[in-house]
Design a protein around this ligand. Structure first.
Ligand code: PHE
Length: 350
């Protein structure tokens, strides 16, 4: 046997192995081929058995020829494996690709109304201070809307021109304050609630008035509640709503159901009192935002509480006014006309 014969048989076996592995089209096909082309009994390694038929001095060279051929087939096998794996991964990535840029097939949902957004923000702030959200009916009795709140029969708010009467003694509530009465009649102090809702007043519609609008009522009743609590709570609220650096101002005022009473102003966030022609504060530097006061002893008595044992504060605010200030809306009609070009400007922001 000659070295040349070994060499040509090795070349033959090598090219057969290379052809086979190059013909493998998938990773699993290639892996199935492995014993056949690189296994212990593969034709290339089988050639080692022929070495005995060579002269002893030719054997190392012949062995080297076969070993080198095996190494090349091993390298080619690994290259082919890498290539097929990569190609298969690529194919999978393309097949499994999800085009997230495609618009959804369903219709876009709407956005929350600016009044809803404003009420939610107010609720969020008070709930964070431990308040609960309460509600009451829009169709009210004169008793809850007026009498229980210490509003005497001759009070001008009872006038036919301010109140929508549905039947004798039955009205559309003119404010959310009756919720105070309903809640105190059914719950014992400590009480801390806010009550958002719709209210109704006979009023001509103009840029800042509407016969239907929204209020948020607040009520806190406990032992030893003082005006300082009212002031601290409302200042905290207004800072959260309009900005921490704005001053607040409490002005003496009058409501039949609170004593003492205060109207609350917040420093104009637009001009801070520096612009005599400011459209937001009309040059005053202050914006009136709340009515408030200590719950009148008569009101506590009307719900069976002893004013000597408990005290409380209450407040009321107009949601439209807050929303107009918050979003820079100048005409209240925008809230009710349902013009989508207006409504779509208010994406949920919290
Ligand atoms: N109910 C009052 C109004 O509608 C606001 C208010 C509520 C004032 C609670 C004081 C306390 O004007």
């Amino acid at each position: 046997m000659e070295l040349e014969q070994i060499k040509s048989q090795s070349e033959e076996a090598e090219s057969a192995a290379l052809a086979a592995l190059n013909a493998a089209a998938t990773v699993s096909e290639l892996e199935r081929l492995k014993p056949e082309i690189l296994g212990k009994k593969c034709p290339l390694r089988q050639l080692m058995k022929l070495l005995g038929q060579l002269d002893a001095h030719l054997r190392p060279a012949a062995g080297a020829i076969i070993n080198e051929a095996v190494s090349r087939v091993e390298r080619a096998y690994q290259d082919r494996l890498d290539h097929l794996r990569e190609a298969e991964l690529e194919k999978r990535l393309i097949e499994e690709k999800i085009d997230i840029s495609l618009p959804p097939s369903f219709k876009a949902t709407g956005t929350l109304h600016p009044l809803t957004l404003t009420v939610r923000e107010i609720e969020r702030i008070f709930v964070s201070m431990g308040y609960e959200v309460a509600t009451g009916p829009e169709v009210e009795t004169e008793y809850y809307n007026f009498d229980a709140l210490n509003i005497p029969p001759e009070h001008p708010a009872r006038d036919m021109h301010d109140t929508f009467f549905l039947a004798p003694g039955t009205i559309l509530r003119t404010h959310t304050s009756p919720v105070q009465i309903r809640y105190m009649r059914t719950h014992k102090p400590p009480i801390a609630i806010i009550a958002p809702g719709r209210v109704f007043r006979v009023d001509d519609i103009d840029a800042t008035h509407s016969p239907v609008f929204h209020q948020v009522e607040g009520l806190l009743v406990d032992v030893d509640v003082s005006f300082a609590h009212l002031k601290g709570t409302l200042t905290e609220f207004l800072h959260a709503m309009f900005g921490k650096d704005l001053a607040t101002r409490f002005r003496p005022s009058y409501f039949p159901f609170t004593e003492p009473s205060a109207e609350v102003d917040v420093q104009c966030f637009a001009c801070r009192g520096t612009n005599a022609e400011c459209r937001i504060c009309k040059g005053t530097g202050w914006i009136e935002v709340l009515g408030s006061g200590m719950v009148h002893p008569k009101v506590l008595e009307n719900v069976g509480l002893n004013p000597k044992e408990v005290s409380g504060f209450a407040f009321g605010l107009g949601v439209e006014r807050f929303a107009m200030l918050r979003y820079g809306i100048t005409n209240i009609r925008n809230f009710y006309e349902n013009d989508l070009r207006f409504l779509r400007q208010f994406q949920q922001r919290w």
